[in-house]
Every structure is written in structure tokens, then in C-alpha cells.
Design a protein around this ligand. Structure first.
Ligand code: PGA
Length: 251
């Protein structure tokens, strides 16, 4: 059985001074107590908050992730954050290849694959984001794009690597448009089939998250789909009450 994972992605929002109140409200609002939780909960926070968020998360039984990472261990890469730096802070998760990183910061399938490989090699679990644009979906290229994005990553990873995939159709991110339950399930089933070709039975243990305008009003339907193992939630994760409702709809 795959343990569901509900991940929040704060993107470039909130302030470090708001982190304690966020955690307090989230923990007070969740129905399940930490010891009885059937869902993993993760927050991908801005880099300056990682240290504080990690301390609070440890206390509350949550996971903390960086939003991106550099594939090199050190060097002259101004502004970048390395895997050893994350590990030094006790952070062992990172998003990789979010569509905003691909769109605004020129990340390519190749650079995403190198980041994912470097993370796995260091024992940091990457959540690799994939997904088609509106134009690509309208041209019926969804599966072609997913295959290209994933095969580049799969070529770099061992068959039994510990990683998570987030299917995030670009047209659904921050737009209020969500893939229908069936559209999302179809894409997830396609991804799992690709994984099976590469990784055999390990594909059945891997978690595939859906992302793109997930909120408490649409989460339950998505979570009922057999190949949807959780969510990567952007905007709706900024409100701890709403994020708690999404988490509870999976528990
Ligand atoms: P959204 O973002 O939930 O605001 O659409 C999802 C994401 O970008 O991870």
C-alpha cells in the first residue's frame, strides 16, 4: 500500500515571522493526531525559512522540502543552494523541475534529470514535477510530453530509487482550472505504466501526486482515483485552515 503524501508548495510567499503561527493553526486544525496519521504531510518552503520550518516540522511530525536545488555539491553558482547545505539543515526532500522553474528559470528536461539524480545519490528525496501546457494538451501531446520529461529522468536514476512524481498540468497551476478526476487519473495511469516499464514492481510502490488548483472542494474526488497518491498544493496551502481540510479529505 502506498502511504498518501499531501505536499504544500508555498512558492515565494509568506514571511519567516509567519511560520510559527502557520504551524500552530495547521496542527490545531488537523483531525488526526500525529501518532495516528495515515498521511505524510510535507511543506516546500522558501529557502530562508528552511531551518525554522524544519525545527517546527520535526516537533509536529511533518516533512520539509526545498523548492529547488542545484545539482553540484559546491562552487561558484551565486544564489544557488546545494544538497549538502540542505542535509546540513536536516532537510531531506526537495521539489525538482516545477513548471515555474522550467518556465522562468530555464530549467530543461536534462537539468531536471541531473538535479533528480544528484538528490537521489545524496539521499534527498526529489519530488519531480512534470506536466503539459494548455497548447500541448489541445494538440493531444500530453502523453508525448510526459514520456519525454520522465524518460529523461528515468535514464539517470536506479530502478529502485526513492523519488516521487508530481503530475502538474501547467494549464491548471494557479489558474483555478483543475484537471477532471478522470483526466488526472488517465495521466497518472500513463505515468505508472511508464514507471513499470522502467522499474518493474517498484512502480507500484511509488507515489504520484496531482497538482494544479487543488482545494478542499475538489480534493476528495481526485483522491478517490486509484493512481492518485496525494497532492502538491500551491495557493491553497498558504491558508493553514484550507490546507488542513485538504489533508483531512485524504485521511
Ligand atoms: P496551485 O499550484 O495549487 O496554486 O495551482 C500548484 C503548484 O504549482 O504546485
Amino acid at each position: 500500500m502506498r502511504k498518501p503524501l499531501i505536499a504544500g508548495n508555498w512558492k515565494m510567499n509568506l514571511l519567516c515571522s509567519q511560520v510559527p503561527a502557520y504551524f500552530q493553526t495547521l496542527m490545531q486544525s488537523l483531525k488526526g493526531k500525529p501518532g495516528q496519521r495515515t498521511v505524510d504531510i510535507l511543506l516546500a518552503v522558501p529557502a530562508p525559512f528552511l531551518s525554522l520550518a524544519r525545527e517546527m516540522a520535526e516537533r509536529d511530525g511533518l516533512l520539509i522540502a526545498a523548492q529547488t536545488v542545484h545539482e553540484k555539491a559546491e562552487g561558484a553558482f551565486t544564489g544557488e543552494i546545494s544538497l549538502p547545505m540542505l542535509l546540513d539543515l536536516g532537510v531531506s526532500w526537495t521539489l525538482v523541475g516545477h513548471s515555474e522553474r522550467r518556465q522562468y528559470f530555464n530549467e530543461t528536461d536534462r537539468s531536471v534529470a541531473l538535479k533528480a539524480r544528484a538528490a537521489v545519490e545524496r539521499g534527498v528525496t526529489p519530488i519531480v514535477c512534470v506536466g503539459e501546457t494548455k497548447d500541448e494538451r489541445e494538440k493531444s501531446l500530453t502523453e508525448t510530453v510526459l514520456r519525454r520529461q520522465l524518460e529523461t529522468v528515468l535514464a539517470e536514476l536506479p530502478r529502485d530509487a526513492d523519488w516521487v512524481i508530481a503530475y502538474e498540468p501547467v494549464w491548471a497551476i494557479g489558474t483555478g482550472l483543475t484537471a477532471s478526476d478522470q483526466q488526472a487519473q488517465d495521466a497518472h495511469a500513463f505515468i505508472r505504466q511508464l514507471l513499470r516499464q522502467h522499474s518493474g514492481e517498484h512502480a507500484d510502490a511509488m507515489r504520484i501526486l496531482y497538482g494544479g488548483s487543488v482545494k478542499s472542494s475538489n480534493a476528495a474526488g481526485l483522491f478517490k482515483q486509484p493512481d492518485i497518491d496525494g497532492a502538491l498544493v500551491g495557493g491553497a496551502s498558504l491558508d493553514p485552515l484550507e490546507f488542513a481540510r485538504i489533508i483531512d479529505s485524504m485521511s
